[in-house]
Design a protein around this ligand. Structure first.
Ligand code: GLY
Ligand code: MN
Ligand code: MN
Length: 412
């Protein structure tokens, strides 16, 4: 039995049934006169290395984490107007893995927050019956589950539900922002623990291990993505995650680590000097990336976009080229070889419609970086930012990024 503080924390971290209900209502409004059929993730419990990761759109609309569920959303005028199908009890499996909910359990509607719960054994025939005569059927046509759904109701044209769900997911509710903030706060704690530990002679994986310890100790489920802890030459590899190098004094150490807590993903990067001091070359390049970050954040506001020709990335590139040094006779932004950022939420690279203008309530990363393998230098600074009506609020600002502040912290 978890202790009382842990239980309170878990309760404090959940999204309410009524918020999930609101999301389904808003989806219904976005897709009028339609049925929407979504399959949850299959059961992975026979593979001991695979955690149950719910399909994120299904999770967004239900908060339901058990496998092999099916959600049917119908127009409000129908009765029932939504159904959750759950697999029947399997006593042998439940002996190994614990009890699961099933249709017919007392209180299953209150548990799931969905007013009609039926057995997944009949989902295909029920979906056929309940959707008969409806003008439009939607599912996630681009996912592996689409074929299964299409087979259940053959000879019907299925339309993709993803754009409508994505539009909802892109703007976070106040509750989601709180949950993201919690993942960010835990990630910051992990970064600061890493800074305390880092020193020449330790391996990159030991820094990753310290950070994993904080993330799990705080009750979060996992890393939101493979931890990137890259020193020296490894700092210049964008998605390096082998984490095997023994760190040396004078290396730059790029740490891109974020926690997933109650299903919400943080994504934060800092670059620090192993041994405690940036050398002059590292510092001039670092300051150029930091200034680019600040310029990009200043350019975030509703109406702008994260696209490759948008004002946000342009602000970062301009800063690098105006204020940073040339490298090999080239403007510094030539070495900035990825996008300026992405949405975060239930997924670290969250559902989004490319180049869609930003709106208040969206949560994005701003992550300028430069990578110069011939100098063993990679520098990325990545923050999480909430788009507000007038601009941006940096949700990860509690993690220092100024070079002198980083040096002071490393000296402690
Ligand atoms: N950590 C993955 C990314 O920065 O996009
Ligand atoms: Mn990122
Ligand atoms: Mn990242």
């Amino acid at each position: 039995m978890p202790s009382l503080p842990v239980l309170l924390l878990l309760a404090a971290l959940s999204v309410s049934h009524s918020e999930y209900q609101q999301r389904r209502t808003r989806l219904r409004q976005a897709l009028p006169n339609s049925a929407i059929v979504l399959l949850g993730s299959p059961d992975t419990s026979s593979d001991p290395r695979s955690p149950m990761l719910q399909e994120p759109n299904f999770y967004y609309l239900t908060g339901w984490m058990e496998p092999n569920a099916v959600l049917l959303i119908l127009p409000e005028s129908e009765q029932p107007d939504e159904v959750l199908f759950l697999p029947p009890h399997n006593q042998r499996q439940e002996r190994y893995e614990g009890r699961r909910a099933a249709a017919g359990d007392s209180g299953v509607e209150a548990l799931t927050g969905i007013s009609r719960v039926l057995s997944a054994g009949i989902w295909e025939s029920e979906v056929r019956r309940l959707t008969a005569g409806l003008p439009k059927l939607h599912t996630l046509t681009q996912t592996p589950s689409a074929e299964t759904v299409k087979r259940a109701v053959p000879n019907t044209e299925w339309t993709d539900a993803a754009p409508a769900i994505t539009r909802l997911r892109m703007v976070k509710s106040p509750r989601e922002i709180e949950m993201l903030q919690r993942s960010i706060d835990v990630s910051i704690e992990a970064h600061l623990a890493a800074w305390k530990r880092v020193k020449p002679g330790l391996h990159e994986y030991q820094i990753a291990a310290t950070m994993t310890g904080v993330i799990l100790e705080r009750g979060c489920e996992r890393h939101a993505y493979r931890p990137v802890v890259g020193a020296g030459p490894d700092s210049a590899i964008l998605h390096y995650s082998a984490n095997r190098r023994k760190m040396e004094r004078g290396d730059l150490l790029l740490i891109d680590v974020g926690a997933e807590c109650a299903c919400y993903a943080a994504d934060i990067t800092r670059t620090i000097p192993v041994g405690g001091r940036f050398n002059a070359r590292q510092r001039e390049l670092y300051e150029a990336v930091l200034g680019a970050r600040d310029a990009a954040i200043a350019a975030v506001k509703p109406g702008e976009s994260l696209g490759p020709r948008g004002a946000i990335i342009q602000a970062a590139r301009d800063y690098m080229d105006r204020r940073g040094p040339q490298v090999n006779g080239q403007p510094l932004s030539k070495y900035f070889t990825h996008g300026i950022g992405h949405h975060t939420g239930l997924e670290v690279h969250d559902a989004s419609i490319p180049e869609e203008p930003l709106e208040p309530g969206m949560v994005i990363t701003i992550e300028p970086g430069i990578y110069i393998p011939e100098e063993n230098i990679g520098i990325r600074i990545e923050d999480m930012v909430l788009v507000t009506p007038r601009g941006a609020k940096v949700l990860s600002s509690a993690l220092p990024a100024g070079p002198s502040e980083i040096e002071r912290r490393l000296a402690k």
